[in-house]
Design a binder for this molecule. Structure first.
Ligand code: NAI
Length: 412
């Protein structure tokens, strides 16, 4: 019999924290944790090239710079341990700060070394992290690991100089967090409030996180709504359109329609089970709650995007072509946010018998651009579904099965 640890205050005992990944978000998190926590920090870099880069910078004792809303800080990284060995990544708290399409490989690499009581968190989780993590932990017989997920990355951030400098353009006011088993969420959110100095809102369960993943609406929705007719254009670097400032009233209408379809799924699940999903909110409400006074004009969703201070400088993803730039349809806005986001919600909608015509339209068109097949006539029948995080891929074929999994005290 499994002796599951029911300690409700894990965070008190966290002495070692590992950050997995070496991208934008990992740079930001590393700098903030180095500043705000007294824990021993490890940076686990599965990509050898990134590991070598960090090692070289560390050996030369180059100080790390954090630019936060135009102010620059020097961060001491003396206690940072850098490794590419998953065995050395074992810690009390492990935070994956990587695109969702890398979660599976990283979880499989880490799983053999996870210790009882470890909190394994994804920042952000995107959709269906819970289904995948449970399956991998079960395969490795790691029953006493707690899973946690965050509804979004708290920052809009970009690396300025690899391993040396990151810029945070904006910080959300609050970020949802959920755990599995659910009862650990309060202590996890309190610890993150302290470490990152922003509000972490405890969710009831991890399904709430999957359905309230706003990136699944915003990123594919804007790519489809605002840029469909611009894919064949070539831009000079300084002409590349701003991503969020390109959201006109029509594109915002599309985002609202997608958001309403997910809210219908929420209602059907709440009506037919005891699951509480009040954390699942509309995109407009999420914008207001996440960015508050950073948004100058809250009168319409389009204006919220266009006047959000955090969104002013980010451009549509592009790839270089013959000295110019073309919109990159293989960017994570489509290759992450559809198979690890929108499609997961679409799959849950299918189990709930909720039609999702707007979401289907976005998935079908974007799939063609990327060269993958998920839907056939609006149904989950495409050949590339196997590489996605839909619950059906993990043996969860009814709402009841999903509900039971996310609420169980011991889901493995
Ligand atoms: P990124 O693209 O900068 O990070 C990529 C990192 O993932 C790489 O540096 C590497 O360390 C790791 N990685 C990539 N391929 C790998 C592989 N095959 N195996 C192992 N590791 C691999 O991503 P970023 O910007 O840090 O974003 C992280 C997450 O946060 C994503 O889910 C993203 O959608 C989300 N997000 C990011 C925002 C931002 O402003 N950067 C804003 C909102 C959400």
């Amino acid at each position: 019999m499994v002796n599951f640890v029911k300690n409700n205050n894990y965070s008190k005992d966290w002495k070692r924290i590992t950050i997995c990944g070496g991208g934008n978000g990992a740079h930001a998190l590393m700098a903030l944790l180095a500043e705000n926590s007294n824990c021993q920090l490890t940076l686990y870099l599965p990509l050898e090239q990134e590991f070598q880069h960090f090692e070289a910078v560390k050996n030369r004792r180059i100080p790390f710079r954090l630019i936060f809303k135009d102010k620059e800080f020097s961060v001491t990284m003396n206690r940072l341990h850098i490794t590419s060995n998953p065995k050395e990544a074992a810690a009390d708290l492990i935070i994956l700060v990587v695109p969702a399409f890398t979660h599976e490989d990283i979880l499989n690499a880490l799983a053999p070394y996870l210790r009882s009581g470890t909190v394994l968190a994804a920042l952000p989780a995107r959709g269906g992290f819970e289904f995948q993590a449970v399956e991998i932990l079960r395969q490795h017989k790691k029953e006493e690991v707690v899973i946690a997920g965050f509804q979004t990355l708290p920052w809009a951030c970009r690396i300025k100089e690899y391993a040396k400098c990151v810029e945070i353009y904006g910080q959300k006011k609050r970020v949802g967090v959920a755990s599995l088993p659910c009862h650990h969420v309060d202590s996890i959110s309190m610890a993150f409030n302290k470490f990152l100095k922003l509000e972490f809102l405890p969710y009831n369960n991890m399904l709430e996180l999957t359905l309230n993943n706003q990136g699944q609406i915003i990123h594919p929705g804007i790519m489809y709504g605002a840029f469909s007719d611009k894919l064949s254009r070539f831009y000079r670097r300084d002409e590349v359109p701003l991503f969020y400032r390109s959201v006109d009233e029509n594109s915002a209408g599309l985002l609202e329609a997608m958001s309403q379809e997910i809210l219908k799924v929420k209602k059907i699940i709440e009506d037919n089970s005891s699951l509480k999903l009040e954390g699942v909110i509309s995109t407009s409400q999420w914008m207001v709650e996440s960015y508050a006074e950073d948004i100058k004009d809250k009168s319409t969703l389009s204006k919220m995007f266009r006047t959000n201070l955090s969104y002013q400088t980010l451009r549509v993803p592009v790839k270089p072509v013959d000295g110019l730039y073309q919109i990159d349809v293989k960017s994570r806005y489509l290759t992450e946010d559809i198979p690890y986001g929108l499609l997961v919600s679409k799959a849950i909608a299918e189990l709930a018998d909720v039609p999702t015509p707007t979401i289907d339209e976005v998935i079908q068109r974007a799939s063609k651009w990327v060269g993958v097949q998920y839907l056939i006539n609006g149904k989950l029948k495409g050949k590339d579904l196997v590489k996605t995080r839909i619950p059906q891929n993990f043996g969860l074929k009814s709402l009841k099965a999903i509900t039971e999994m996310v609420t169980k005290d011991h889901p493995y």
